[in-house]
Design a protein around this ligand. Sequence first.
Ligand code: GUN
Length: 286
Amino acid sequence: MTTGTATRLAGPPAAEAVIATASAQAAGLPTPPHLVIVRVGDDPASVSYVRGKAKKAGEAGLRSTVHALPEATPQADLLALVATLNADPDVHGILVQLPLPAHIAEEPVLEAIDPDKDVDGLHPVNVGRLWSGRPALAPCTPAGIMAMLAHYGVAVAGRRVVIVGRSRLVGRPLAGLMLAADATVTVAHSRTRDLAAITRSADILVAAVGRAHLITPDMVAPGAVVIDVGINRVVGEDGKSHLTGDVHPHVAAVASALTPVPGGVGPMTVAQLMANTVQAAERQRS
Ligand code: GUN
């Protein structure tokens, strides 16, 4: 099968554009926006993500502080830290890296964050603002996808968007953002019947499930734009472990445009975190 006809929507140039805008806005503020990231335990992926976020903040002209707490941190101590950060006028954005250790309940922690400092957009107040079509801090991955589509000139208004996956971090908030951008939105999930019939109806298809190569060429309408949010670690034919998306590579022969994995949506998440931190700092001034 021939592959490679789809335009490759690379993340880094779009991410750089988002960061350049955020940096310019940050430079116009009286003090650099300050992002505080809280990590609990030593999950290797979280350690790496948090390091990447802090590094990018520095490059973008933002300040960042990382609180790395031990795995055994009691929930009350984490809540106390969040309360201190909420009350500190020198802190503009707070991000508690997920997942948290099993003994800590996520909801009370996320709900403890001041909604105006909630750069993850996961506080119910921000979820509610998003779904009522009001300005809100929106989760970084879906907001980054919207920025990426805008960067590459992919129109959303009036288009049929199918999102496969209903997670709190991606599928649900992306549906809200797409609706706010005047798309006609369908959210498919693990209980959806005849998934292929629904995905084939999409002008813009977003795969955010976490199952390697779930989306095969027969599930994609010719000319569709396909956004692959999956990051799956698989062992290839060469016996080596590598990262792959939720979209089968042969979809490139059917789609008009496709995001690669890695190097597609991933960089947008970090870039959007910078944009959200600047937005949070601006909100706290007004
Ligand atoms: N873990 C994986 N992605 C994310 C994210 O966007 N925010 C937080 N807080 N944790 C994550």
